[in-house]
Design a protein around this ligand. Structure first.
Ligand SMILES: [Zn+2]
Length: 271
């Protein structure tokens, strides 16, 4: 505190970063793929995919669409002040839901040994000419960067480091053979044109993000991934849906049935 060259560092470090582990000293890298209706998480330890979780949050888009139609109605009726009130209410709803999802991500990550959470650096989208419609959709819909920062901030409070990688080709690259081609991806389905590997496309992205995070920050010998675990899904419900079955993270794990292969299973989660 009294050394001049460290004064500024101390101010930044005291509250949030002091206890955050060095990201280079990680045993598990968590790739986080953020989309408008879900977030796909894959935990990768040294050349083994430990687990994949897809958290669906359809209620966010449902509510946004509801607000959108109401706002259009009041706007057409010339009631601008009500329009602004609704806009603020919608934004608070979306941020509240995204905070809950980000908490879920951090809790899930904590089960792994020395995790590091890795995101795509969405800043690069602003500088790029064209990353295709997927990126444009992502850019203009949900506040993705804010969501990444909520997650990063919560992770740092648990001592978990975060890292950012270049987003280029993460949605086109085959996580098994590495073949990269735009045609590998068709909406939510991924099928490699070279090795025929098939998968949930958002999970493929999350694996590729984790692989990039390892190459960038870890000193591991990456071997080829020859098998990926089943994609498990949880669907978030609006709070107050008390009749919905709830699942804690541990019981979700217990629901896993390896014999289901790549088929996925959806479990409801409420707050
Ligand atoms: Zn392939």
């Amino acid at each position: 505190m009294f050394h001049n060259e460290n004064a500024e560092l101390h101010v930044n470090v005291t509250n949030t970063e002091q206890s955050v582990r060095d990201k280079h000293d990680s045993r598990t890298v968590i790739g986080v793929d953020v989309n408008e209706d879900n977030v796909a998480l894959t935990a990768l330890s040294e050349s083994v995919v430990e687990d994949t979780l897809v958290i669906d949050f359809p209620e966010i888009n449902f509510e946004r669409y509801r607000y959108f139609t109401i706002r259009k109605r009041v706007q057409n009726a010339g009631k601008e002040s009500i329009h602004d009130t609704l806009k603020g209410r919608e934004e608070r709803f979306v941020r509240d839901r995204l905070h809950k999802v980000s908490r879920h991500i951090v809790e899930w990550s904590q089960q792994f040994e020395k995790p590091c959470v890795v995101f795509e650096d969405l800043k690069e989208m602003y500088d790029s000419i064209d990353y295709g419609t997927r990126m444009n959709r992502r850019l203009y819909h949900l506040p993705f960067r804010a969501f990444q920062y909520y997650t990063s901030y919560k992770a740092s409070f648990e001592g978990i480091p975060t890292a950012w990688i270049n987003l280029e080709y993460t949605c086109q690259r085959c996580p098994v053979c590495g073949h990269t081609e735009r045609a590998n991806r068709n909406k939510k389905r991924f099928k490699c044109r070279s090795c025929s590997h098939q998968d949930h496309s958002d999970r493929s992205v999350s694996v590729n993000i984790a692989v990039k995070g390892i190459k960038k920050h870890q000193d591991w010998n990456m071997l080829a991934l020859n098998s990926l675990p089943q994609v498990r899904k949880v669907r978030r419900r609006a709070s107050g849906a008390v009749d919905a079955p709830t699942a804690t993270h541990s019981s979700v794990r217990d629901d896993r049935d390896p014999s289901r292969g790549v088929a996925s299973r959806t479990v409801g989660v409420s707050d």
